[in-house]
Design a protein. Structure first.
Length: 236
Protein backbone atom coordinates (compact mmCIF):
# COMPACT_ATOMS: atom_id res chain seq x y z
CA UNK A 1 0.00 0.00 0.00
CA UNK A 2 1.10 3.59 -0.52
CA UNK A 3 1.00 6.30 2.08
CA UNK A 4 -1.11 9.40 1.86
CA UNK A 5 0.16 12.73 3.04
CA UNK A 6 0.70 12.69 6.84
CA UNK A 7 -2.61 13.34 8.53
CA UNK A 8 -2.87 16.13 11.08
CA UNK A 9 -5.51 17.73 13.23
CA UNK A 10 -8.38 19.66 11.60
CA UNK A 11 -8.13 23.31 10.65
CA UNK A 12 -8.49 26.03 13.28
CA UNK A 13 -7.25 23.74 16.07
CA UNK A 14 -3.95 23.89 17.97
CA UNK A 15 -0.91 22.71 16.07
CA UNK A 16 -0.89 18.89 16.12
CA UNK A 17 1.60 17.11 18.35
CA UNK A 18 1.51 13.82 16.45
CA UNK A 19 1.44 12.54 12.88
CA UNK A 20 0.63 9.24 11.18
CA UNK A 21 0.04 7.79 7.71
CA UNK A 22 -3.15 6.37 6.22
CA UNK A 23 -3.05 3.53 3.65
CA UNK A 24 -4.97 3.72 0.40
CA UNK A 25 -8.64 2.86 0.51
CA UNK A 26 -9.53 5.37 3.24
CA UNK A 27 -11.35 8.67 2.77
CA UNK A 28 -11.30 11.20 5.60
CA UNK A 29 -14.42 13.05 6.69
CA UNK A 30 -14.06 16.79 7.07
CA UNK A 31 -14.64 17.31 10.79
CA UNK A 32 -14.29 21.06 10.57
CA UNK A 33 -15.94 22.16 7.32
CA UNK A 34 -15.68 25.89 6.58
CA UNK A 35 -18.88 27.93 6.59
CA UNK A 36 -18.48 28.77 2.89
CA UNK A 37 -18.46 25.07 2.00
CA UNK A 38 -21.63 24.42 4.00
CA UNK A 39 -23.40 27.37 2.39
CA UNK A 40 -22.43 26.06 -1.06
CA UNK A 41 -23.98 22.67 -0.22
CA UNK A 42 -27.13 24.31 1.17
CA UNK A 43 -27.52 26.41 -1.97
CA UNK A 44 -27.15 23.29 -4.13
CA UNK A 45 -29.84 21.55 -2.08
CA UNK A 46 -32.24 24.42 -2.67
CA UNK A 47 -32.00 23.84 -6.41
CA UNK A 48 -32.90 20.13 -6.27
CA UNK A 49 -36.39 18.71 -6.93
CA UNK A 50 -38.45 18.37 -3.75
CA UNK A 51 -38.02 14.60 -3.22
CA UNK A 52 -34.27 14.67 -3.89
CA UNK A 53 -33.94 17.78 -1.75
CA UNK A 54 -35.55 16.02 1.23
CA UNK A 55 -33.26 12.99 0.88
CA UNK A 56 -30.15 15.18 0.54
CA UNK A 57 -31.25 17.27 3.50
CA UNK A 58 -31.53 14.14 5.69
CA UNK A 59 -28.05 13.07 4.61
CA UNK A 60 -26.64 16.51 5.40
CA UNK A 61 -28.29 16.53 8.83
CA UNK A 62 -26.91 13.05 9.55
CA UNK A 63 -23.43 14.20 8.55
CA UNK A 64 -23.74 17.27 10.80
CA UNK A 65 -24.90 15.12 13.73
CA UNK A 66 -22.01 12.67 13.25
CA UNK A 67 -19.45 15.48 13.02
CA UNK A 68 -20.87 17.12 16.15
CA UNK A 69 -20.68 13.86 18.09
CA UNK A 70 -17.13 13.13 16.91
CA UNK A 71 -15.94 16.60 17.89
CA UNK A 72 -17.57 16.26 21.30
CA UNK A 73 -15.54 13.08 21.86
CA UNK A 74 -12.21 14.71 20.89
CA UNK A 75 -12.01 12.79 17.61
CA UNK A 76 -9.42 14.39 15.34
CA UNK A 77 -9.70 12.00 12.40
CA UNK A 78 -12.48 9.85 11.00
CA UNK A 79 -11.79 7.90 7.80
CA UNK A 80 -14.09 5.51 5.95
CA UNK A 81 -12.44 2.48 4.37
CA UNK A 82 -13.60 0.44 1.39
CA UNK A 83 -11.54 -2.47 0.07
CA UNK A 84 -12.51 -5.03 -2.62
CA UNK A 85 -13.11 -8.60 -1.45
CA UNK A 86 -13.04 -12.00 -3.15
CA UNK A 87 -16.83 -11.97 -3.62
CA UNK A 88 -16.67 -8.98 -5.94
CA UNK A 89 -17.98 -6.55 -3.32
CA UNK A 90 -16.30 -4.39 -0.71
CA UNK A 91 -15.34 -4.76 2.93
CA UNK A 92 -16.05 -1.65 4.97
CA UNK A 93 -14.36 -0.16 8.02
CA UNK A 94 -14.17 3.05 10.03
CA UNK A 95 -10.87 4.38 11.41
CA UNK A 96 -10.74 7.13 14.04
CA UNK A 97 -8.04 8.94 15.99
CA UNK A 98 -8.89 10.67 19.23
CA UNK A 99 -7.20 12.04 22.33
CA UNK A 100 -8.21 10.86 25.80
CA UNK A 101 -7.18 13.00 28.79
CA UNK A 102 -5.78 11.22 31.85
CA UNK A 103 -5.82 12.35 35.47
CA UNK A 104 -2.09 11.75 35.91
CA UNK A 105 0.96 10.57 34.01
CA UNK A 106 -0.24 9.10 30.69
CA UNK A 107 2.89 6.95 30.36
CA UNK A 108 2.18 5.31 33.72
CA UNK A 109 -1.40 4.61 32.60
CA UNK A 110 -0.18 2.90 29.43
CA UNK A 111 2.53 1.00 31.33
CA UNK A 112 -0.06 -0.26 33.83
CA UNK A 113 -2.48 -1.39 31.12
CA UNK A 114 0.32 -2.97 29.08
CA UNK A 115 1.51 -4.78 32.21
CA UNK A 116 -1.97 -6.13 32.88
CA UNK A 117 -2.15 -7.35 29.29
CA UNK A 118 1.26 -9.01 29.52
CA UNK A 119 0.22 -10.80 32.73
CA UNK A 120 -2.85 -12.18 30.99
CA UNK A 121 -5.26 -10.40 33.31
CA UNK A 122 -7.13 -9.04 30.32
CA UNK A 123 -7.29 -11.57 27.50
CA UNK A 124 -8.54 -8.95 25.05
CA UNK A 125 -5.38 -6.84 25.37
CA UNK A 126 -1.68 -7.19 24.64
CA UNK A 127 1.27 -4.81 25.00
CA UNK A 128 2.88 -3.25 21.93
CA UNK A 129 6.41 -2.02 21.33
CA UNK A 130 5.97 0.74 18.76
CA UNK A 131 8.58 3.06 17.22
CA UNK A 132 7.00 5.95 19.14
CA UNK A 133 6.98 4.11 22.49
CA UNK A 134 5.06 1.61 24.58
CA UNK A 135 1.39 1.05 23.79
CA UNK A 136 -1.26 -1.64 23.94
CA UNK A 137 -3.74 -3.29 21.60
CA UNK A 138 -7.29 -4.04 22.74
CA UNK A 139 -9.71 -6.16 20.71
CA UNK A 140 -13.43 -6.69 21.24
CA UNK A 141 -16.40 -8.08 19.32
CA UNK A 142 -19.40 -6.14 20.67
CA UNK A 143 -22.93 -6.50 19.38
CA UNK A 144 -23.59 -4.42 16.29
CA UNK A 145 -25.83 -1.33 16.63
CA UNK A 146 -29.48 -1.90 15.73
CA UNK A 147 -31.81 0.46 13.90
CA UNK A 148 -34.76 1.74 15.91
CA UNK A 149 -36.19 3.84 13.08
CA UNK A 150 -36.19 0.96 10.56
CA UNK A 151 -36.27 -2.27 12.57
CA UNK A 152 -37.03 -4.26 9.42
CA UNK A 153 -33.39 -3.72 8.41
CA UNK A 154 -31.99 -5.37 11.54
CA UNK A 155 -32.26 -8.85 10.04
CA UNK A 156 -29.87 -7.79 7.28
CA UNK A 157 -27.32 -6.22 9.64
CA UNK A 158 -24.38 -8.15 11.13
CA UNK A 159 -24.88 -9.43 14.68
CA UNK A 160 -21.42 -8.34 15.86
CA UNK A 161 -18.57 -6.05 14.82
CA UNK A 162 -14.83 -6.14 15.44
CA UNK A 163 -13.29 -3.23 17.34
CA UNK A 164 -9.54 -2.82 17.58
CA UNK A 165 -7.93 -0.06 19.67
CA UNK A 166 -4.29 0.98 19.98
CA UNK A 167 -3.42 3.50 22.71
CA UNK A 168 -0.12 5.33 23.17
CA UNK A 169 0.86 7.98 25.70
CA UNK A 170 1.52 11.49 24.43
CA UNK A 171 5.08 12.48 25.43
CA UNK A 172 4.37 16.02 26.60
CA UNK A 173 0.70 16.02 27.66
CA UNK A 174 -1.42 14.02 30.15
CA UNK A 175 -3.41 12.30 27.42
CA UNK A 176 -3.55 9.13 25.35
CA UNK A 177 -3.52 8.98 21.57
CA UNK A 178 -6.21 6.42 20.69
CA UNK A 179 -6.36 4.77 17.25
CA UNK A 180 -9.52 2.75 16.62
CA UNK A 181 -10.59 0.48 13.77
CA UNK A 182 -14.13 -0.91 13.48
CA UNK A 183 -15.50 -3.30 10.84
CA UNK A 184 -18.55 -5.57 10.51
CA UNK A 185 -16.52 -7.96 8.32
CA UNK A 186 -15.49 -10.58 10.88
CA UNK A 187 -13.91 -12.72 8.15
CA UNK A 188 -11.33 -9.98 7.51
CA UNK A 189 -10.36 -9.26 11.13
CA UNK A 190 -6.74 -10.33 10.60
CA UNK A 191 -6.39 -7.92 7.67
CA UNK A 192 -7.89 -4.99 9.56
CA UNK A 193 -5.80 -5.73 12.64
CA UNK A 194 -2.71 -5.56 10.43
CA UNK A 195 -3.89 -2.25 8.93
CA UNK A 196 -4.46 -0.81 12.41
CA UNK A 197 -1.03 -1.97 13.60
CA UNK A 198 0.55 -0.65 10.41
CA UNK A 199 -0.93 2.81 11.05
CA UNK A 200 0.19 2.63 14.69
CA UNK A 201 3.76 1.94 13.59
CA UNK A 202 3.77 5.17 11.60
CA UNK A 203 2.58 7.23 14.61
CA UNK A 204 5.25 9.78 15.45
CA UNK A 205 5.62 12.84 17.66
CA UNK A 206 8.21 14.34 15.29
CA UNK A 207 7.09 16.20 12.18
CA UNK A 208 7.92 13.77 9.31
CA UNK A 209 8.70 16.65 6.94
CA UNK A 210 11.27 18.04 9.33
CA UNK A 211 12.71 14.58 10.04
CA UNK A 212 12.97 13.83 6.31
CA UNK A 213 14.68 17.17 5.64
CA UNK A 214 17.20 16.48 8.40
CA UNK A 215 17.82 12.98 7.03
CA UNK A 216 18.37 14.27 3.49
CA UNK A 217 20.87 16.82 4.76
CA UNK A 218 22.90 14.11 6.46
CA UNK A 219 22.48 11.18 4.06
CA UNK A 220 22.01 10.30 0.42
CA UNK A 221 18.83 11.77 -1.16
CA UNK A 222 17.10 8.36 -1.45
CA UNK A 223 17.84 7.21 2.11
CA UNK A 224 14.90 7.63 4.50
CA UNK A 225 14.95 7.02 8.23
CA UNK A 226 12.76 7.77 11.19
CA UNK A 227 9.05 8.37 10.64
CA UNK A 228 9.38 8.55 6.85
CA UNK A 229 11.03 5.12 6.78
CA UNK A 230 8.38 3.67 9.11
CA UNK A 231 5.61 4.84 6.78
CA UNK A 232 7.40 3.40 3.72
CA UNK A 233 8.11 0.06 5.45
CA UNK A 234 4.51 -0.42 6.59
CA UNK A 235 2.61 0.76 3.51
CA UNK A 236 5.14 0.47 0.65
Amino acid sequence: MTVSEPTTAPRDTPKPSFWYGLPVGYTSLDLNPPAEQLMKVINLLRGLPEQEREEADRALRLYAAIVSQLNANRVQECALGAHPNDAGGFTMSVFTVSTLPTSGNAKLVVAGLAGSAADGRDEGMRPLELPCGLGFLSEKRPAAPRSSRRPELNDTLPSHIWQGIVAVAAPSAPELIVLQMVTPDLDSVDDYRNILLGIARTLTFTDPERATADDKAAQEPEALTGAAAAMRNDFG
